[in-house]
Design a protein around this ligand. Sequence first.
Ligand code: ADP
Length: 263
Amino acid sequence: MSADAYYLGLDVGSAASKAVIVDDAGEIRAKAVYPAGAGTPGPETVVRQVLDEVGIERDGLVASCATGYGRHLFDWTDYEMSELSCHAKGAVRLFPGVRTVIDIGGQDAKVLSIGEDGKLQSFVMNDKCAAGTGRFLEVMAQVFGCDVSDLSEFDRQSTQVASISSTCTVFAESEVISKLASGTPIPDIAAGVDSSVVERTYGLVKRLGVVPKVAMTGGVALNGALRERLAERIGQPIMTSEISQFNGALGAALYALEKHARA
Ligand code: ADP
C-alpha cells in the first residue's frame, strides 16, 4: 500500500466535534476539534480541516468511520462504531498496557475496563445527569465568567476547597452563585467544582474497581487540576495525553483502517 492512504475517524460529540486522519501505518496525520457537536456545523468543519491538512477531498479517503453521540447523522461514512468500542481502541493505542479508562465528555462520563488482551471487558456510564460531566464544568465556568479551560488554573490557586454540597447541576449552580455573593474566592469555589466532578467520577470508578494502568480521556482530561485530584482520590497515577480529547476519533480512524484491511 502507498504511504498516502488516508482513513478518517469522526467523533460527533455532544459538546465538541473531533476528526482524525491516520495513514495505513495507523499514524496520526491530521486532527481537528471544534467546540460544538451534533447538529452544528462542527462535524463538517473538522472534516474539512483534516482533509485540507493532508491535501485531499472526501473521495480521496480510503475509508471512514463515525462515532459519538451524533454519529447517526452522517450517512456518508463507510462505518459507524459505538463510542465505547472507539474509546477502548483509541486508549489502547495512546496508552499501551492501559486497563482502566476514565472518559469524561460533554454529556456523559464512562469508565472502561480493558482486558490484558486490549479488548473492552466491561464499562459503567453516567449519561442521565449533567453532574460529573463537562457540561457541569461549563455551567460553572459561565458563572465565574471564564472559559472552561481556565478552571484548572483557578483550582490550582485555591487555598481552601469550598465544597459544593448539591449533587444536581441546577442547585449546584445556585450554590456557586451564593458562595460568590458571600465573598468566597473563585479559586476555592473552582476547587470545589472540580472536587464535585471527582467525587462523581470516583463513584463510577469504584463500581468497576481500579485496575492499573489508569488513563483519562475526553475533553475534561484537559483540566490538569481535576485530573490530579482524581488520581489522588483513586490512589493511582493517571496517564493522559495532550490529544486525549481525540481518543474516540482516533479509535474510529483505526477501526476504519482495520475494517478496510479485513474487507
Ligand atoms: P463530547 O465528546 O461529549 O462532545 P468531549 O470529550 O469533547 O465531549 O469533552 C467536552 C468537554 O471537555 C467540555 O464540556 C468541557 O468541559 C471540556 N473541555 C474542553 N476543552 C477543554 C479545555 N481546554 N480545558 C478543560 N476542559 C475542556
